[in-house]
Design a protein around this ligand. Structure first.
Ligand code: SF4
Length: 224
C-alpha cells in the first residue's frame, strides 16, 4: 500500500508530500501503520531514500484521548479507530487537521480549545448535583475528548478567534447545569461565541468519535 503523508518539519518550514511503502498487515489501524513506518532506526521513503521519523501524537490508542485526530483520505478521524481494511484502494493519504497550526508533521497545536474555555470561565468550579435530570446526555457530553474533529468539519469555525464550535456549546451546557450561579454569564458567552453564528450544519455530530448529540445541548441552551 502506498502511503502519502503531508509533512512539515517545523511551523516555519513549508509543507511537502512524502511517500512511503506499507507492507504490514491490513488488520492494522492508521495509528498502527504510522508506528510501523517509524519502527526501524533507518526510516526510508518509497524510493529507499533515508528520511526522518514521522511526527504524530497519541496517548491511549483506544479512542479515549483524541490525540491522534488527523485527516485520512480526506476524512477527519481518529487514527487509532480507522482501520486499513476499511479503506478503499491501495493509496492512503494522511495530513494534519487544517484548522490548527501545525507543530510538526501530523502534530497540531489545539491549545486554543482550552484557552477559549478558560477565558470564558467554562469549567466546573464546584461539584454540585445537576438541576436537570438528563444524566445520560450530561454523561455523554462529559466524554468529549477535545480532539477537535468537530471544529475541522464545521463550516463556521475558522481559527477559534470568535466562534468556538460544538465542543464549546456542549461544555457550556454541562457547566451551566452543575454551577447554577454561572448560568447567566455562561448563557451570554454561549450566545456570543456559539449561538449567534452556528448555522446548524450539524456535521459536528456526524464526525464526533464519541457521538455527542450537540443538537441536544443547543436546544437546552436555547431554552435557558
Ligand atoms: S465534541 Fe466530539 S468531535 Fe468535538 S472535540 Fe468533543 S469528542 Fe471531539
Amino acid at each position: 500500500m502506498k502511503v502519502k503523508i503531508l509533512r512539515r518539519l517545523s511551523p516555519v518550514t513549508e509543507p511537502y508530500w512524502e511517500e512511503f511503502l506499507y507492507d504490514g498487515t491490513m488488520d492494522n489501524s492508521v495509528a498502527g501503520l504510522l508506528d510501523y513506518l517509524n519502527y526501524n532506526d533507518d526510516i526510508v521513503d518509497i524510493n529507499g531514500n533515508k528520511t526522518t521519523r514521522i511526527g504524530w501524537e497519541c496517548s491511549c490508542l483506544q479512542g479515549m484521548c483524541g490525540g491522534c485526530a488527523m485527516v485520512v483520505n480526506d476524512i477527519p478521524c481518529l487514527a487509532c479507530e480507522t482501520f486499513l481494511k476499511d479503506i478503499k484502494g491501495d493509496v492512503i493519504t494522511i495530513r494534519p487537521l487544517r484548522k490548527f497550526p501545525v507543530i510538526h508533521d501530523l502534530v497540531v497545536d489545539r491549545s486554543v480549545i482550552h484557552k477559549n474555555l478558560t477565558k470564558s470561565d467554562i469549567f466546573i468550579e464546584e461539584y454540585r448535583l445537576s438541576d436537570e435530570d438528563d444524566h445520560a446526555h450530561q454523561y455523554s457530553v462529559a466524554k468529549c475528548l477535545k480532539c477537535g474533529l468537530c471544529l475541522e468539519v464545521c463550516p463556521n469555525y475558522v481559527n477559534g478567534d470568535s466562534f468556538f464550535g460544538a465542543l464549546y456549546a456542549n461544555d457550556c451546557y454541562l457547566v451551566s447545569v452543575r454551577n447554577r450561579d454561572k448560568k447567566k454569564v455562561i448563557s451570554r458567552m454561549y450566545n456570543e461565541h456559539f449561538g449567534k453564528d452556528c448555522s446548524k450544519s450539524l456535521s459536528c455530530m456526524d464526525i464526533c468519535p464519541v457521538k455527542i448529540q450537540t443538537l441536544t445541548s443547543i436546544s437546552k441552551m436555547n431554552r435557558q
